[in-house]
Design a protein around this ligand. Structure first.
Ligand SMILES: *Cc1c(COP(=O)(O)O)cnc(C)c1O
Length: 816
């Protein structure tokens, strides 16, 4: 888009003050994502969870000249153009609606419970070289994501492919105010969003409102309810159904389990496609794409070629520890302008490296003149302060002069891999962004820290999902402390904390001062509570602005001494721990008067008052837990009535959040729940597993009857069998307890017993005569076996399992 501020105001009936001629090409709603002020406007969106007006100051500091908000925030600069609207979300919708009307563009709108993003990405892959296509970035399909996606469309685009999602009743009405696609696609009806809907039918009715003005609806006809609803509601439109059922217009005629290519019936004949991946969801998604291409009159031979070339939509960006303290961000699954933009903007989330480096290849999947394309690319890249840029390919290197940073050119990846200077880069963040053809995987392998095949894979998206599940139980104003003690339960140090810092966590909790120092050194700025301040750590606590838990008079006196020694007079924040039933640490009622007196005399600030529940995960201990909470309420009330400070109150850990929600007070402390573990059967299905410990088979060898395995010959074969040796042992955190059939690992979804004694760096698994090969993946936990099951083998709880995975196991972080 490109409008003047005046035009933006007129299209949305908003008030405007300041320079009406400022040009706006992009709206930004997250102040962290402002890298350039040129022709960017900041929109202070109000959502249930957040109020963007908090960030106006930051936006102005970053040079933004146009602000869209619900009022003028007086304190800010002089030369700002304000566009004032009573409802910023509505502003966004109106603007997107008008923008779309100004364009001469064909539109496809995709909705459904699953498959929206894949179908959209696949359609894009199939159509980008037929016409100029704009699409929603990633899975931008929400009330905010849809209008923002539409605003990315420009005059010369010919087709817009947009996803439309809803999560609550009446949202589709608003979405369809913005956008009513000419071609509607309905992918799938499931229960994924059903918590706000009474039943499937209500959900379906809501979704189908999107198509009220569509000319054609292409839908999955295998679902009887979907089929009958669409047919009765929209009998006046062109309807095209696809699916496996024989009543569909577009369908697979061959039996699904046959080896050869499938025979697919389309509107005007038959085509043959050899699918390798034949799970139902994939077939449905592919049929949806075929149906759209067929409707758009793409020739049969082109459809076959395009479908054969579809790439798996891997939308994950991985960050991997590299050699020489580098951090590698690998996002080389696809390369187009949107994904480049997104990848560049995520670089900002990693603050602790000395410089940022970009490796970028020729861009293939974009239909544009290279001159124009690479000017756009260079402008995008130049918005970020990069230390060095490595350009790969014969096209992009012609435009090296357009990039502001120090730029190096190579024809292919191999040349780069061999480059000396590239190989001496240290302590940097390296973003790999390249088209498939360039095989950036090879570069990634070179850069990775030691190729150790054993990894603990941590899925940050799942952590965020789990936090949101827990948050959904809480009042919007309740704060959240994330417990990142013990290396975040074994998952990682600053990597996790830094991620949490970007996702609305208010406080962090660590066990020891050292853990807090590590976070501070890696630019974590959230307030951090230290639970076990050791005798000698008080100086450190003060130096690094950590906040101690005070659980006894002894600790209080030591801390006061440290403050005096440092000559600190401001009111230092402390956290008071109350003893209510753990019988571990904390103050009791009889201590409180003396405690309050000391705090007052020494001018400390009570930042919070808390206690810890012993059995929030145990339904049988409900009475005890309620008594703990009751005692906590009384004793914290007592303190509250006698202090001017407004301490936060908190007592719930993860199981507490779901099982004792009404006692959330001002804050909760989430720990294991982030990782996706709970003992509550009603909650478990809502959570996603955020961690997977896996390795590969190093070697397979036969074992004959009478032969023995490993140290002390603890296993002897009775039949002919095969033994897989895998490279994890007790030094990696696999207890020796699992030797000799006590523990199991997962290979290709099936469990196999560990036999012989677990060694320091290896263990052996009896795989019988199953078709398993060297190099196959082995799951230690999560998947099959689950974390819980594995903990059972180890005769312990998931907490201990996680914190026992040794530091030498490489942690890999996955995030969108
Ligand atoms: C570890 C810890 C938590 C988090 O407990 P989970 O069971 O992992 O949610 C909460 N509060 C305190 C004081 C803790 O030490």
């Amino acid at each position: 888009m490109k409008y003047t501020a005046q035009e933006l105001a007129s299209m949305t009936n908003s008030r405007i003050t300041g320079n009406k001629n400022e040009v706006v090409e992009q709206l930004i709603f997250d102040s962290r994502l402002i890298f350039s002020s040129k022709n960017n406007a900041f929109i202070a969106l109000k959502t249930q969870k957040n109020n963007g007006s908090k960030y106006i100051k930051e936006a102005i500091e970053k040079g933004i000249k146009v602000i869209i908000a619900d009022e003028i925030y007086e304190s800010s600069g002089q030369d700002i153009t304000w566009i004032i609207t009573s409802d910023t979300q509505n502003f966004l919708r109106q603007l997107a609606h008008h923008h779309l009307q100004n364009l001469n563009i064909k539109t496809i709108g995709i909705t459904g419970s699953n498959g929206k993003t894949i179908v959209k990405e696949w359609l894009y892959q199939c159509l980008w070289d037929e016409m100029r296509v704009v699409k929603s970035p990633k899975s931008y399909n929400s009330q905010i994501g849809l209008p923002l996606s539409i605003l990315q469309a420009n005059n010369d685009d010919e087709l817009g492919i947009f996803e439309v999602g809803i999560s609550k009743p009446h949202e589709m009405e608003k979405q369809s105010e913005v956008f009513s696609p000419q071609i509607g696609v309905f992918t799938h009806l499931g229960s994924a969003h059903s918590e706000y809907f009474e039943n499937e039918e209500q959900l379906l009715n809501e979704k189908l409102k999107l198509f009220e003005k569509s000319e054609v609806i292409i839908y999955n006809g295998d679902h009887p309810l979907v089929k009958s609803k669409i047919q009765s509601l929209y009998s006046n439109k062109t309807l095209i159904s696809y699916g496996l059922d024989t009543s569909n217009d577009i369908l697979i005629e061959s039996p699904i389990d046959q080896e050869e290519a499938f025979n697919i019936k389309v509107l005007d004949g038959h085509i043959q496609i050899p699918f390798t991946n034949r799970d139902q969801a994939t077939l449905h998604n592919a049929l949806a794409v075929i149906a759209v291409l067929n409707f758009l009159k793409i020739t049969h031979s082109k459809i076959v070629e395009k479908i054969n070339n579809l790439q798996a939509v891997e939308m994950r960006m991985e960050s991997i520890k590299g050699e020489r303290d580098n951090l590698i961000i690998n996002d080389s699954y696809n390369l187009d302008l949107d994904s480049l933009k997104i990848a560049l903007s995520t670089l900002n989330q990693y603050g602790n490296k000395s410089q940022k480096i970009l490796v970028l290849t020729d861009i293939h999947d974009v239909k544009d003149h290279s001159e124009h394309l690479y000017h756009t690319v260079a402008n995008l890249v130049n918005e970020h302060s990069l230390g060095k840029i490595y350009l790969i390919g014969t096209e992009i290197t012609k435009f090296a002069h357009l990039f502001n940073s120090k730029t190096y050119s190579f024809d292919n990846i191999q040349e780069l891999i061999e480059d000396q200077e590239f190989n001496s880069i240290e302590n940097s963040l390296i973003l790999l962004k390249g088209a498939r053809k360039f095989e950036l995987e090879n570069l990634k392998k070179e850069l990775e820290l030691q190729s150790h095949d054993t990894v603990l894979e941590v899925n940050l998206n799942a952590i965020l999902h789990n936090i949101n599940v827990h948050r959904s139980f809480l009042k919007p104003e309740t704060k959240m402390m994330a417990m990142v003690k013990a290396y975040s339960y074994g998952l990682g140090g600053y990597e996790i904390a830094e991620f949490l810092q970007h996702h609305n966590i208010n406080y962090l909790g660590v066990a020891y001062a050292d853990e807090g120092v590590d976070l501070r050194k890696n630019k974590v700025t959230l307030p951090i509570m230290v639970m076990n301040p050791e005798l000698n750590s008080y100086d450190t606590i003060i130096d690094y602005q950590l906040e101690p838990e005070i659980y006894s008079f002894k600790v209080l006196d030591l801390f006061l001494k440290a403050l005096r020694k440092k000559g600190i007079h401001e009111r230092y924040p402390i956290h008071i721990k109350l003893e209510t039933g753990m019988h571990r640490l904390g103050f009791r009622r009889e201590d409180l008067d003396e405690l309050l007196l000391k705090i007052k005399e020494n001018n400390l600030r009570i930042a919070s008052i808390f206690t810890h529940l012993s059995s929030a995960d145990d339904p049988e201990e409900r009475e005890y837990t309620l008594a703990q909470i009751d005692l906590y309420t009384n004793n914290s009330d007592y303190i509250l009535a006698r202090t001017e400070d407004k301490p936060l109150r908190h007592c719930l850990n993860s199981p507490g959040i779901t099982n004792y929600t009404e006692y959330q007070f001002d804050m909760v402390r989430i720990g294991i729940g982030m990782i996706g573990y709970t003992t509550n059967p009603a909650i478990q299905p809502l959570l996603q597993s955020a961690v997977c410990f896996k390795t590969v088979i190093t070697q397979i060898s036969p074992l004959h009857p009478g032969e023995s395995l490993g140290y002390n010959r603890r296993f002897k074969a009775t039949n002919d069998t095969n033994i897989a040796t895998i490279a994890v042992g007790y030094a990696d955190g696999i207890p020796r307890l699992l030797s000799n059939g006590k523990g199991f690992v997962g290979i290709k979804g099936k469990l196999y017993p560990i036999q012989g004694n677990v060694c320091m760096d290896m263990l052996m698994v009896d795989i019988g005569n199953d078709p398993i090969e060297e190099g196959d993946d082995v799951i230690i936990f999560n998947g099959n076996p689950s974390l819980e099951k594995f903990a059972e083998y180890c005769q312990t709880i998931p907490y201990e399992v996680l914190t026992s995975v040794s530091r030498r196991v490489k942690r890999i972080y996955i995030k969108d």
